[in-house]
Write a protein that binds this ligand. Structure first.
Ligand code: IVH
Length: 677
């Protein structure tokens, strides 16, 4: 049957939904002030997805459904900027800024006593990006690259919810290049690093690297999972639009169009005003939710920018007025070894205390033996350390010309420094791990992980108290936490009657965590919060998860081989089994609801293959399971349906061979609505 054109009323409804979702995205992601609940938002989003699935010809370039990421790329296409992206000259001290101001007077032929009008704003520490909007629609996004040609990261940029896919104006420019910076907030950077560490994956040295690493993912679904933000301040090519006269007005225009712009800026009259702003921002730098490395000072009038012209590849009408970097020199006095939750031994440099960006630093991480060897860090070395966010600083470089010859090399011990058990480094691994079963260092970290906010969340049970509980042998395994008595806690240093009650109540209050939090809290290697959620959704009970197999785990989209192996290994361990059983006597997790939809697929077995137009694998699995069906990994005679998308592989051939019914996404959705008939 030929596809009918969607009727006009559907199209109208579709456009209205897009506009509505855009407005809510703006409220939520730019204004930080949502006007509807998440559930209401999800409903709108699902309605949009449904229309698109049923009317593929309607799908619009600026649809918010493109924000969840698309197919992975092999490489990024190149993209030439219409107007090149230049760089900025630096001023590292007030004197250098004054000199810039004096030069600016000459460039625009102003009288020496004239106080020039500058627009001063934050210098965001991220990576620069060039967005191209044509007739108001975001058509392309490219990284800076060499300034002339960057990489086309459109798909990835669309996953950043605060960036409008369509400008909020009735009269958009025919074409405009809008420039800004993609960043990661410090708290999101810290969270990402925690998640990466949980999964035994690479962590990032600072928010800028994390933002760059996240934006340059060939799989845009990964980018979509990272909460990137952006601020806009610049302009490249402009066609069919009369530009405002000043940068201040231009940024107001960007804001009106729905683009995020920085909140801290000032129109300054003369260099004194700029110096005041510079000091004022320096004072609040530590309180900002993101990192900045200075302020940028720009002649406010575009006409003056033009008159000032360029030198090398920098505009002469602007300057980056920088703050001292959060890097400094110090000396490695000693190297100690910390034992982590999974037994990983992490070498830590004890350094001569120094202030880095306003915070006194005494320790710096050295990551692992390979890093120590690569950077050739020795005890007694003078080093450069760097701090990002609240995470422990790292040693970035050794000043080898300062060596006197009595520096000592360091090797990770072969025994755990806390429990004395053998420490081993497995093949292909960078970390050495303590193998001790009763290592108190490991236990302390396990307990801290278990009670943290994202896990079972025992409020007020901080690191110091956990250390005390383990040191006094009041907690020898996780379940012991729930058996603590008043007198046990009351005798601990710093506890009075009231605080004891408070802690015991908080522990009591954590006896019914959501299942995924309990799974996450167990600290299974490679299982971060997101995986724990997938596992909870799939198994719906701890006992089912505990008896799973590698094969069954493989069926879950998002669970790889290493993860599956580590999950099964965890639950096969007799000690873990014992501990878990004791834990489940004390804790009753809230299990996700078994099924939510009408059971139209009861008992039916599905196999998924290829990429579906709108549904991710986990969405499809969820829908099938919610409607009573099951998802299996391979096609056999027992398979009832194969749900096939683009680039379906051998499973589709097998289905045809066995005469199994093949559905596309549309047919699948109809099946959910109408049931089997
Ligand atoms: S104006 C000619 N304003 O800093 C380039 N740049 O060091 C005009 N940056 O490449 C840039 N915040 O990526 C400008 N408020 C801001 C900025 C900013 C961060 C970055 C930008 C630029 C780099 C130059």
């Amino acid at each position: 049957m030929a596809k009918k054109d969607p009727d006009k009323s559907v199209e109208k409804h579709y456009q209205k939904l897009i506009t509505e979702i855009e407005q809510h995205d703006y409220q939520y992601y730019v204004m930080d002030d949502p006007t509807i609940t998440d559930a209401e938002y999800d409903k709108l989003f699902k309605a949009l997805q449904k229309i698109e699935a049923e009317n593929p010809s309607l799908v619009s370039e600026n649809s918010p459904t493109h924000r969840v990421g698309g197919k992975a790329l092999d490489s990024f296409p190149k993209s030439r900027h219409v107007v090149p992206m230049l760089s900025l000259a630096n001023a590292l001290e007030p004197e250098e800024f004054i000199a810039f101001d004096e030069r600016a007077h000459r460039f625009i032929e102003a009288k020496p006593e004239a106080r020039l009008e500058y627009f001063a704003e934050l210098k965001f520490d991220g990576l620069s990006i060039n967005l191209t909007y044509e007739d108001g629609v975001l058509v392309r996004a490219a990284t800076r690259g060499d300034g002339e040609v960057g990489e086309d990261v459109t798909q990835n940029i669309k996953t950043i919810r605060s960036i409008p896919l369509r400008l909020n104006t009735k009269n958009p420019p025919r074409r405009i290049e809008v420039r800004g910076e993609v960043i990661l907030f410090i708290k999101d950077f810290e969270r990402l690093n925690r998640e990466q560490a949980d999964k035994d994956e690479k962590t990032f040295a600072n928010p800028r690297n994390a933002a760059a690493g996240s934006l340059r993912q060939l799989d845009s679904k990964i980018t979509a999972s990272r909460p990137l933000k952006a601020f806009f301040y610049g302009v490249g090519a402009v066609e069919g639009f009369t530009m405002p006269k000043t940068i201040a007005e231009y940024e107001d225009t960007l804001k009106d169009w729905g683009l995020p712009v920085g909140k801290h800026h000032k129109i300054c009259k003369g260099s004194d005003d700029v110096l005041k702003f510079y000091k004022q921002i320096e004072g609040i730098r530590e309180d900002l939710p993101f990192e900045i490395d200075g302020i940028v000072v720009k002649l406010n009038a575009f006409s003056q920018q033009e008159t000032a012209g360029f030198v090398a590849r920098s505009p002469r009408g602007m300057v980056a007025f920088k703050y001292p970097p959060k890097k400094t020199y110090t000396m490695v006095e000693d190297i100690q070894v910390q034992v982590g939750r999974t037994g990983a031994l992490t070498p830590v440099a004890i350094v001569t205390p120094v202030s880095v960006g306003g915070v006194v630093v005494r320790r710096a991480t050295l990551h692992n033996q390979d890093e120590i060897d690569r950077k050739d860090i020795r005890i007694g070395d003078h080093v450069v350390i760097q701090r990002a966010g609240d995470v422990i600083p790292e040693v970035v470089e050794v000043l080898k010309n300062k060596r006197r010859g009595d520096e000592r090399r360091f090797k990770i011990p072969v025994k755990c420094p806390v429990c004395g058990s053998e420490a081993v480094r497995e093949k292909n691994e960078a970390v050495t791990r303590c193998t001790g079963r009763n290592c108190t260092a490991k236990l302390k970290e396990r307990v801290k992980h278990f009670v943290q906010k994202d896990a079972i969340n025992v409020e007020g049970l901080g690191d110091k108290i956990v250390d005390l509980l383990v040191d006094k042998a009041l907690v020898k395994k996780l379940p012991d936490l729930f058996d603590l008595e008043f007198d046990d806690v009351r005798t601990l240093e710093g506890f009075a009657d009231k605080s004891t009650h408070k802690l015991l109540n908080a522990i009591d209050g954590a006896r019914n965590p959501e299942l995924y939090r309990l799974i996450y809290g167990l600290g299974i290697r490679h299982v971060g919060e997101a995986t724990a959620k997938l596992l909870a959704q799939k198994f719906k009970s701890m006992n089912k998860l505990a008896t799973t197999t590698v094969e069954e785990l493989h069926e879950i989209d998002g669970v790889g081989e290493e993860m599956a192996g580590s999950i099964v290994e965890f639950f096969e361990d007799r000690n873990q089994q014992k501990e878990l059983s004791l834990l489940l006597d004390r804790v009753t997790p809230i299990e996700p609801k078994a099924a939510t939809g009408p059971q139209v697929l009861l008992g039916k077995v599905f196999v998924l293959t290829g990429t579906l137009p709108t549904l991710g694998r986990s969405d499809a699995t969820k829908l099938i399971e919610e409607h009573g069906g099951k998802v299996s990994g391979s096609v056999s005679k027992k398979t009832d349906f194969v749900l096939a998308g683009e680039e379906a592989g051998s499973k589709l051939d097998k289905a045809r061979e066995l005469n199994v019914r093949v559905l596309d996404e549309n047919e699948f959705k109809k099946l959910l609505q109408k049931g089997l008939s």
